[in-house]
Ligand binder design. Sequence first.
Ligand SMILES: Cc1cc2nc3c(=O)[nH]c(=O)nc-3n(C[C@H](O)[C@H](O)[C@H](O)COP(=O)(O)O)c2cc1C
Length: 417
Amino acid sequence: MMTRPAMPWHSVEMARSAARSVLPRAIFDFIDGGADGEAALRGNLDQFEAYRLVPRVGVDVSGREQSAVLFGRRYNSPLGIGPTGLAGLARPRAELMLMQAAEAMNVPFTLSTVSSTSIEEIGDAARRPHWFQLYILRDRAISIRLMERAAKAGFDTLVVTMDCPVGAHRERDLVNAFSLPYRPSPAAVIDTLRHMPWLLRLALNGAPQPVNMVEAAGSTGALSLLAFMDSQLDPAVTWQDVRDLRRRWKGALVIKGVLSPDDVEEAINVGADGIVVSNHGGRQLGAAASPLYQLPAIADRSKGRLTVLYDSGVRRGMDAVRALALGADGILVGRPTLFGVAAGGMDGARRILEIFRADIDRTMALIGARTLTEIDARSVATNQPMQTVGRPLGCPAIAANRQISNSILEGQNGQLA
Ligand SMILES: Cc1cc2nc3c(=O)[nH]c(=O)nc-3n(C[C@H](O)[C@H](O)[C@H](O)COP(=O)(O)O)c2cc1C
């Protein structure tokens, strides 16, 4: 008999709908929304359709393996959980649930600087090392102290987010008069009361706040902590600051928010082990470049010198496989597991990871890839009619992509496709 999944979802979109119904509008919009007119956010979802997968047939795909080694640790899948601040808005203790779901599935989990569960609480509950995301704050001593706390709590990978020199302009939040601690605007009171289970959980557990900041801010009031956090965003952060962190951090160091191939050289120069190609899920710059379109050139430039992770817009295993084919070594997601935890707690987050894992496995079978190393530039094609065979390609977009693909293949396999 088939066992029924704990959460009756078959896609991330189903979990998103479930999250939409359990969360007050302003909270759902805070998680789901993007910057400015949300062009980057929409683009993140659409960009995958620019590429389609090219199956190889007649391959024995009965033994498939999607395990991946990232920063010296073997995971059961290349897809893990990226940092999302104040996840407690989705559900109290969300970070703990996300961490436990990641452990249950043996995939990476990243705790945000502005988490609503503390570094130490996650460290105490963890059964293996996790990743800690760091913002370089105006007061550098605070960042160094956060980093030291993370090391002490057993985190082994530091993800330094570089794409937030200033706060973003998020219009959904402005329209909803979204505030922290959450106080519904007069127009949103009825909507909030309609989400009683969420409201009761909030009442019982208190308003989520960036608890890691308590020590530095010398206060436990959520309002002052958030005001403090805002005041700590620093437009003057440079690569020199990362160099300083590198000297102090013993584990792997990853730069998050890279969209330019030129920043690959900077990351290598400061001694980073990896990068996350990301536009922050479309939450920072509404006109940010499509991370998937940037990925081949970035992977090409890194030429195996860095571990290249990808995030932004991944909603299906086949999206993850497309990013792997375009040069990523691993994938992170933000909203999908947050939707899962909002609507179903730990089981919900785990269900999302299971869906991704099953999707990646099925996609691998369908394209004839037995291992992740068999997913490469030959596995993907631009989604346009092929113009000629054996003659120069007429369409500049295809020609450009073919060139990029070839240079990736040269790097990976020492041969042309
Ligand atoms: C609600 C929310 C909070 C986030 N908070 C952080 C954060 O604290 N630090 C960070 O580096 N990225 C943060 N991000 C960005 C994610 O790490 C990731 O880049 C993005 O969500 C990936 O896009 P996706 O949501 O389409 O998967 C946040 C994203 C969301 C949705």
